[in-house]
Design a protein around this ligand. Structure first.
Ligand code: ZN
Length: 235
């Protein structure tokens, strides 16, 4: 089957990043579907949030069962008895070794079945928090490998690769979904919607980025306002 250049499969968790990517893909491609992996996340709420967003966006939503991941790499994301900790010299305990390689490989199998040439993911090297499989070099390498493995011409799109968290908020704003992403997504490790528990590493990253973006936006609005006044006075 020939892959459709105008069709994309978004790797989707219902969090800030992948939701922003979903909206990006909807603007970019004629046909969009989404895939969420069920791997025994701490909070089943993640799956419900992802399903709800996909339904609201009229996007076909696939859920693939990857429970074996929990068996292979128990971590703080999947086991409530493992505490979430952070060390500056190593990946956080939420790290599931090799997760993205598995996710994107399964996504590629599905993408080929539905005829989608594009696979979209919200990975970012900027805020990669020590996850080696969020790096651009890994994505490019896997892209080549998948094409060789399936004799095809997939393109893995990573619209957030070089964006920090504040930039991701800006992108959501540019896509006119800032409020939606702020209020309807789930990023928190403790399963709290929107701005979250405020305490876990995911919440801290998300909320710091949001504050940073809001400051930037306010500064720009003030700047634009001043420029407009100067224009008026001098014309
Ligand atoms: Zn949290």
């Amino acid at each position: 089957m020939k892959l459709n250049e105008q069709k994309a499969l978004v790797v989707f968790s219902g969090g800030q990043d992948s939701t922003t990517c979903l909206f990006w893909a909807i603007r970019q491609f004629k046909e969009v579907e989404a895939v969420t992996f069920n791997y025994g996340q701490r909070h089943a709420a993640e799956l419900e949030v992802a399903a709800a967003i996909a339904a609201e966006c009229n996007v076909k939503h696939h859920v693939l069962d990857l429970a074996l991941l929990n068996q292979l790499a128990p971590s703080a994301l999947t086991r409530s008895d493992v505490a979430i900790t952070e060390h500056s010299d190593q990946p956080p305990s939420t790290f599931v070794e090799g997760r993205n390689m598995l996710f994107f490989s399964f996504a590629a199998v599905l993408a080929k079945q539905i005829g989608a040439r594009h696979i979209v993911t919200g990975v970012s090297e900027t805020d990669f928090s020590g996850y080696p499989d969020c790096r651009d070099v890994f994505i490019k390498s896997l892209n080549v490998t998948l094409n060789l493995a399936m004799d095809t011409t997939f393109v893995i799109d990573t619209p957030l690769m070089w964006l920090n968290k504040a930039d991701v908020w800006r992108l959501a704003d540019e896509l006119e979904v800032f409020e939606y992403v702020r209020d309807q997504t789930l990023t928190c490790y403790n399963g709290v919607m929107a701005s979250g528990c405020g305490e876990c590493p995911a919440c801290k990253l998300r909320n710091n980025g949001l504050q940073q973006y809001l400051h930037m936006r306010m500064a720009k609005q003030t700047n634009d306002g001043v420029t407009a006044v100067i224009k008026e006075v001098t014309s």
